[in-house]
Ligand binder design. Structure first.
Ligand code: GAL
Length: 515
């Protein structure tokens, strides 16, 4: 799993997208040469007074209690139980046992002065089969009700992701999950409606989907993520994206029609993107970088801002494999976000692929994109490698991707909904050593310093930043090996004890002036 966000890909010179290319020229090359600063003070972390700092988690990664109180199975329950899919065959059955430790974890956030928390709701905990006609699970609703109340009473603003990759398994079995865009879109609309009705009086930020790209490309295009269906992977990722986008649009419509006025909240979607720097100083590689941004971020952002897929995708995904929106669907999609969420971790190099492509109906998403990706240029990595094989530390990339987003979409509000790092070999260290996580502390500082420049110098409308993650958790295919938490979870202790890492103490200092 080298590139989680873009993919290793292929060739052919595309349409020149001048604005994007000049952005890359200005921000790209200059920043590649610049080294990370050594000094980490708080002085260069300057933000507007009302900037929101928070921490993020997701239900399947922390909750556990997978078969308690009426929760239905999700695709991740089934997938993680298939031998060989996850590191050491680990599962989210117990995870951080957050389901039973909500009070303790909220207290912990309070002690760190956290004022903003991004969490997700497990769909199958509130609607076990995913279909509202089969009944809702009152115990699941009560659970989130209690959790949200605790957070609000602790003075913490809650942002809720409705879909962080955990589709109810029943919808996968019955309809093929996100490959189906009738029944599943309706099911998602009903689920979203229920959540707005039950929790919308207290939740002020709703995120419909987390990184739908990963669901489409790794869940339905290859076997990296649940449900891992490679069935006709030449069209599946495009269908999965289409269904997720339509689901997003109908959920936003429900929110705007029925709830937004009196609940006074905002709704958006969270997309992931690396930033890309050209492998060589050729025009073809600059164009390939722009194309990678459009095949990744633009695949979703163009529809929600402009109402349709990027032209370059229409040109490059040949053979009618890219679905089309009807005029009504375009209308529904266009402008369907109050804010855009960005998950950003790393940057890499991209070159144009000019080797021959397979026949049209055997092409994968990567073939269609016609780029080649690498974390190395002339044998030198773009930055130090983290624990995850896809994550190399390169802080200026976050400023570049934020500028690129601002330039292309002119959003009123961007939230960085995830940013963080796993320290190399943290799981092999004695706890005391792991708590001294200077690598993570520096990462957070350096990335935040670049976000600060984007906001204060470049005029990018970033309004919030959430560290991934509050605490170590089930890191998908990497199980519990890769630790992203600013709080350590001791998986060897019977109580899954939490220990505050130095990065958490540091972050607490950073956010202190913004309370
Ligand atoms: C994101 C994902 C998170 C977390 C993080 C670190 O892609 O949304 O759930 O796993 O990456 O890998």
């Amino acid at each position: 799993m080298l590139f989680r966000d873009t993919m290793e890909s292929s060739a052919m010179v595309g349409v020149l997208l001048l604005i994007g290319i000049s952005t890359l020229l200005i921000l790209g090359e200059n920043q590649v040469i610049k080294a990370s600063p050594n000094k980490r003070s708080l002085d260069d972390l300057v933000f507007p007074k009302d900037f929101r700092f928070g921490v993020a988690t997701a239900a399947y990664q922390i909750e556990g209690a997978y078969n308690e109180d009426g929760r239905g199975m999700s695709i991740w329950d089934i997938w993680s139980h298939i031998p060989g899919k996850i590191y050491m065959n680990q599962t989210g059955d117990v995870a951080d046992d957050h389901y039973h430790k909500v009070r303790e974890d909220v207290e912990m956030m309070k002690s760190l002065r956290v004022k903003n928390y991004r969490m997700s709701i497990s769909w199958s905990r509130v609607i076990p089969t995913g279909l509202i006609k089969d009944g809702i699970n009152q115990k699941g609703i009560d659970h989130y009700d209690r959790e949200i109340n605790m957070l609000v009473n602790a003075g913490i603003n809650v942002a809720v992701t409705l879909y962080h990759w955990d589709l109810p398994q029943h919808l996968q079995d019955l309809y093929g999950g996100w490959l189906n865009s009738n029944e599943v879109v309706e099911a998602f609309r009903d689920y979203a409606d229920l959540c707005f009705a039950k929790f919308g009086d207290r939740v002020k930020d709703w995120i419909t989907f987390n990184e739908p790209f990963v669901t489409s490309v790794q869940g339905y295009g290859n076997e990296g993520m649940a449900p891992g269906s490679t069935n006709s992977s030449t069209v599946s990722p495009y269908l999965a994206t289409h269904s997720q986008l339509l689901s997003h649009a109908v959920a936003v419509k429900v929110y705007r029609d029925k709830y937004q006025k009196h609940q006074n909240g905002r709704i958006g979607i969270t997309l992931n993107s690396n930033f890309y720097y050209p492998l060589t100083n050729t025009q073809a590689d600059y164009v390939a970088c722009e194309r990678a941004l459009l095949f990744g971020f633009g695949w979703f952002a163009d529809p929600v801002f402009f109402g349709d897929y990027p032209q370059v995708m229409k040109d490059f995904v040949e053979g009618g494999r890219l679905p089309q929106f009807t005029p009504e669907q375009k209308k529904l999609l266009k402008g369907s976000v109050d804010f855009i969420g960005l998950n950003h971790y790393t940057s890499n190099y991209i070159g144009n692929r000019d080797t021959p492509l397979p026949p049209v109906y055997q092409r994968t998403f990567n073939d269609d994109q016609r780029t080649i990706g690498s974390s190395y240029k002339n044998g030198v990595p773009i930055g130090p490698q983290a624990d995850s094989d896809w994550l190399y530390v390169y802080a200026p990339g976050i400023r570049s991707i934020l500028n690129w987003i601002q330039h292309r979409y002119q959003p009123k509000m961007i939230y960085v909904t995830e940013n963080g790092v796993d320290v190399p070999n943290e799981s092999d260290m004695p706890i005391q050593q792991a708590l001294n996580d200077t690598f993570r502390q520096n990462y957070i500082h350096d990335y935040l310093a670049e976000v600060s420049k984007a906001v204060m110098q470049d005029g990018v409308n970033v309004k919030a930043y959430y560290v991934w993650s509050l605490m170590d958790n089930f890191e998908w295919a990497n199980g519990y090996r890769c630790r992203f938490g600013i709080v350590y979870v001791d998986y060897k202790s019977s109580n899954l004890d939490r220990h505050i890492k130095n990065s958490a103490k540091y972050y607490s200092q950073v956010i202190k002036p913004y309370q």
